[in-house]
Design a protein around this ligand. Structure first.
Ligand SMILES: C[S@@+](CC[C@H](N)C(=O)[O-])C[C@H]1O[C@@H](n2cnc3c(N)ncnc32)[C@H](O)[C@@H]1O
Length: 256
């Protein structure tokens, strides 16, 4: 191989590693690459996790994303903020994927009902079978199988940086609708806090070619103002790693 060929190949494998850290196309698969709603391939990921002797969530954190303990540290932060203090009886999660946050949430509380809205069918079935959660049909960014004011904790992790702006907006309205007064809404977004010039340079040069809508940014102020009009107040925000950079986890409480 020529020097130019070697350099090109090094750039390619570097970009692949970075993409993998973001949770995309991490395992060699015969499944054709789909859109953002397919998530990573189920069977090869499970096999690789088993071979590594790790739960699939820890495998994604440690091996695929290179950020050991990242999921637990977000959950620890949520505990410190009091999100689990009132023992949520109903939890709803959008896009749980492998269930890495779901599994750790279930170590913090024992809800009577845990609903998921997940587009990747094999992962949704696995979560239903393994954790006894209830999978709701995904229809156009709505949570229409869930009644108003019925959920104590609504969460989504690493989802709204993959969806289009409109998809996320539509889910935001729905999250506020289904949360009961006093309940919590937790999600991460790639806000301006995560987008200083250096972070933008890193995304632009090392982010690689992900799904079309990844990574999607969302202004913090827009979120705070929108949820404010929906009776929800921002209680806290903290950073969480995402691929080559980070997102900001926002913690809202519905007051009205
Ligand atoms: C980057 S993954 C994050 C998965 C998981 N929350 C995590 O942090 O490991 C995004 C997840 O959202 C799911 N997803 C994509 N579009 C969706 C939609 N419209 N509604 C619900 N889930 C969706 C994908 O299948 C995938 O599981």
């Amino acid at each position: 191989m020529t020097a130019a060929g070697r350099a090109k190949s090094a750039v390619k494998s570097g970009a692949k590693r970075l993409l993998e850290r973001a949770g995309f196309h991490l395992v060699r698969s015969t499944t054709p690459r789909g859109g953002v709603n397919d998530f990573i391939p189920f069977e090869p990921t499970m096999r690789a996790a088993r071979a590594a002797g790790l739960s699939v969530g820890d495998y994604i954190d440690e091996v695929m994303n290179g950020t050991p303990g990242a999921t637990q540290s977000t959950v620890d932060e949520l505990r410190t903020l009091g999100v689990f203090a009132a023992e949520p009886d109903t939890v709803l999660e959008i896009g749980p994927g492998s269930g890495r946050y779901l599994e750790k949430t279930l170590k913090e509380c024992s809800p009577g009902r845990y609903e998921i809205y997940e587009t990747a069918a094999p992962w949704a079935s696995y979560l239903v079978e393994t954790f006894g959660v209830v999978a709701r049909p995904v229809t156009g960014f709505s949570l229409d199988a869930t009644p108003d004011n019925s959920v104590d904790l609504v969460q989504a992790h690493k989802v709204f940086n993959t969806l289009t702006f409109l998809g996320s907006c539509r889910y935001f309205f729905e999250m506020a609708r289904v949360t009961r007064p006093g309940g919590w809404i937790v999600f991460d977004v790639m806000t301006e806090t995560c987008l200083d010039p250096e972070a933008m340079r890193v995304w632009a040069t090392k982010g690689g070619a992900g799904h079309d809508s990844f990574p999607a940014a969302m202004p913090l102020r827009a979120c705070v103002d929108l949820f404010g009009t929906l009776g929800c107040t921002l209680e806290a925000g903290f950073p969480a790693p995402l691929g080559v950079a980070s997102t900001e986890v926002l913690v809202f409480r519905k007051t009205a």
